[in-house]
Design a protein around this ligand. Structure first.
Ligand code: GRF
Length: 218
């Protein structure tokens, strides 16, 4: 099922002034989406959030988008008969936007190979750990259990594996003796909200260049 809140065809969503066309994918509360959107709205990021796409009906990220008049598309995972059918619909929705950049902001599924190949070098993700440590789910819990003294977040380009793409930016936070998963997550999230908008800003100003595994910040 797809829904959008614009009157005309999606192609009508035109970006002016050479700003990058940013599409955000989110499944949950959308605090990273909000942090990026805030910087877009102040003009600090030379881009326009042309659409929020979500796979989860009723998620708070959709409400955030609607409050800021960002067009939304729901590609509801549970309304498709198979993962393959869902991925095809998602790819279609993404292509319709002709994005310069796709931002995964708490998008809780692994993107299929067709999507990753279609937007090679144009998809970013944020992960709440210092990759390559603690990839996958519950990264903060993994960090606490392992007993590391430093944790953080990583913004990276997305490749065909999970949490393995070229690293753009990382920020560290201390792990304190009394930390639990929640307190560490909160400290990391604070840094995510600074790190992710900065990475998007750098991309929109053409300052990022991927050379193999390495991202050069020019
Ligand atoms: C963040 O911790 C992010 O690192 C991870 O999922 C969480 C999303 O939070 N990928 P939010 O939806 O942006 O608030």
């Amino acid at each position: 099922m797809r829904r959008n809140n614009t009157a005309g065809p999606l192609e009508d969503t035109v970006t002016v002034d050479g700003k990058k066309r940013i599409v955000v994918l989110a499944s949950g509360r959308g605090s990273n989406f909000q942090a990026i959107l805030d910087e877009v709205l102040t003009g600090s990021i030379r881009g326009t959030c042309i659409r929020l796409i979500s796979d989860v009906a009723g998620c708070y990220a959709l409400e955030r988008a609607k409050s800021s008049r960002v067009p939304v598309t729901l590609v509801d995972y549970h309304s498709f008969p198979s993962k393959d059918a869902y991925e095809k619909a998602l790819l279609f929705a993404m292509k319709e936007c002709s994005p310069d950049l796709v931002v995964l902001a708490g998008y809780m599924r692994i993107l299929g190979k067709d999507i990753v190949r279609s937007f090679h070098g144009k998809i970013m993700n944020i992960h709440p750990a210092l990759l390559p440590s603690f990839p996958g789910l519950h990264a903060q819990r993994q960090a606490i259990s392992y007993g590391v003294k430093v944790a953080g977040c990583t913004v990276h380009f997305v490749d065909e594996m999970m949490d393995t793409g070229p690293v753009i930016l990382q920020k560290c936070v201390p792990v304190l003796p009394d930390d639990d998963e929640d307190s560490l997550s909160e400290r990391i999230l604070h840094e995510e909200h600074r790190c992710y908008p900065l990475a998007v800003k750098l991309f929109c100003e053409d300052h990022l260049k991927i050379e193999g595994r390495v991202v050069r910040v020019r």
